[in-house]
Design a binder for this molecule. Sequence first.
Ligand SMILES: [Zn+2]
Length: 137
Amino acid sequence: MIHPSANGMRDSGPTMIGCPACAGTLRAEVGPRRHIEFICSVGHAFSLADLYQAKEEELEQSEWSVMALLRHLEMILGMALDRGSESETRDVQAIHRRLEQVNRQITIIEQMIQHTQVVTQQTPATAGDAFPGTAHE
Ligand SMILES: [Zn+2]
């Protein structure tokens, strides 16, 4: 459903995409020449290309956060193993299993980070090809 709004943009309605700058969600507005803009309830506004870039950055931050948590778990589990004499044998086995799992998960996240190929904007002439509707006015 598309509704005209005061600024000449047509409101395409809410999306399920979170605003990269706050806790709000974005609504899409389509302007002249199919230019699309995403705006949250407090006024943060993004072009399609800007929103894409912001979400890629958000994803990378999340991947590094997961990596940090896994490294923390690795250290904590290592400390728990150092104190193994105080633990029951089955706890030590469970700690070893979880530590192996954490190490595999670290490898998976490393591969995810290394193999991500972000779409980059090149020259202004070709940027519109990657993100139709975001051509500069
Ligand atoms: Zn916002």
